[in-house]
Design a protein. Structure first.
Length: 432
């Protein structure tokens, strides 16, 4: 099932280059369609939202307030979900809250050796829109992973948009929103939802930032509205890379790879090992589990198109491959996990040891499962409370402090030919 390739620490770059390179040829038809929908929503507001909801989701929204989920719908959702589900959502939410609170930064102030006071002030953005996917599957966990960091940051207005099915949002999504403290939920999905959040309509006020994963059309829409509104990232298909050796459990590896393959036909599942026998055993169990999972058709296409087994001559060099691919999810199941941890710097999230499956992070571990994909872990981090905060520099000098640096200000300002800059500092000591 997995495509097999071999490499070593000297040739892995050339061998993996074609596999990890991004397709720079944009789908011009998709780009144009997204642009048209955004412009239509921007110009025609709710009228355009109704049109695209009918066209893409197959139901009519007759009144403007039909976009918004009512309090009665929230109450019904709570009744429709089992006690076990609600308890699980609360457990996950509490763990996410604890983690995000731990990493919440504090404003700092200090005075340097010449008497200038400085620091940085952290403040929450005023509003954010969270996109929650609802196409091939529902993701109540994504509600928690997006909304709770925003709430912990102190965002006053948190909005959710998610595709509806026949004018209804799944009760699981609504319960998750309720537990996360979000009561402004709109039955809008796709490009039109992103446009409404970015520019506003008669019934949906615009926001300052849009976060959350979506399909390729949603990703393109976020790309196009960036600048009018902030975004978290441009997300691609889900991916997992597992480093394992002869001591690892082939059955566990196989199902862990499939846990990502079942997401999407374009998802990537990668095994890195120095044991050829392990690759064969993992392949055997992939075929075994594919007969048992409900989303096997999606998983089969994913494994066939993007599944990869990389045989490396020595497992101690596997960090080179991990850092080069920079996967969204990285599982380290080999015995040399401690030494690898010190060398791996490019990964959205790392799951270390045999009892840390990626599913742990997807649901209840604590850190958000909204992570950089497509190699973006080289320069991006996973979503957190930090994504909903702004950092403002603070500077305060007295006469003595400014006087001590007036000469370098003059020299640097004159080197750039900016006379008013120089004058704005020197005039404070002029006798004119």
């Amino acid at each position: 099932m997995l495509k097999n390739i071999s490499c070593n620490q000297n040739n892995y770059l050339s061998i993996l280059k074609s596999y990890v390179s991004k397709d720079n040829i944009e789908n011009k038809k998709k780009v144009k369609l997204v642009e048209q929908i955004i412009n239509d929503v921007r110009k025609n507001g709710d009228k355009a939202l109704k049109k695209y909801t009918k066209k893409f989701d197959g139901f009519c929204l007759d009144k403007a307030n039909n976009f918004l989920v009512t309090s009665e719908e929230f109450k019904t959702a709570l009744k429709d979900c089992s006690k076990e589900y609600i308890n699980s959502i609360h457990l996950a939410a509490n763990r996410i809250k604890k983690y995000q609170t731990k990493i919440l930064p504090k404003s700092i102030y200090f005075k340097d050796n010449i008497g200038i006071k400085m620091g940085c002030i952290w403040s929450a953005i005023s509003s954010c829109g969270l996109y929650v996917p609802g196409g091939k599957a529902i993701y109540p966990s994504s509600v928690l992973m997006n909304a709770i960091p925003a709430k912990i940051a102190g965002v006053k207005r948190v909005v959710i948009t998610t595709p509806a099915n026949n004018n209804k949002i799944s009760p699981e999504i609504l319960v998750a929103a309720h537990v996360a403290g979000v009561n402004e939920v709109y039955k809008i999905g796709g490009v039109q939802a992103v446009a409404a959040l970015a520019f506003g309509t008669e019934s949906i006020k615009k926001v300052d930032k849009i976060a959350g994963p979506g399909n390729s059309f949603v990703a393109e829409a976020k790309k196009q509205v960036y600048g009018h509104v902030g975004i978290d990232s441009i997300a691609g298909p889900s991916e997992i890379l597992i480093i394992a050796d002869k001591h690892s459990n082939a059955k566990w590896i196989a199902i862990d790879l499939l846990s990502q393959a079942e997401h999407d036909e374009e998802a990537r599942a990668i095994l890195v090992t120095d044991d050829n026998k392990l690759i064969k055993n993992v392949d055997f169990y992939i075929k075994y589990f594919l007969k048992k999972i409900s989303r096997k058709n999606i998983a089969i296409k994913s494994i066939k198109n993007n599944g990869l087994a990389i045989l490396i001559n020595d497992i101690k060099y596997s960090h080179l491959i991990a850092n080069y691919i920079a996967p969204e999810h990285l599982q380290i199941m080999s015995k040399n996990k401690k030494s690898l941890l010190k060398k791996i710097t490019n990964a959205g999230a790392m799951f270390v040891g045999n009892y840390s499956p990626e599913a742990l992070g997807d649901y209840v571990a604590g850190p958000s499962h909204v992570l950089p994909t497509s190699g973006n872990a080289r320069f991006e981090s996973g979503l957190s409370v930090l994504d909903f905060l702004k950092r403002t520099s603070y500077i305060e000098a007295n006469r003595g402090g400014l006087k001590k640096v007036i000469e370098p200000i003059k020299i640097l300002g004159e080197s750039e030919g900016l006379e008013a800059h120089v004058k704005s500092a020197s005039i404070r000591f002029s006798k004119e």
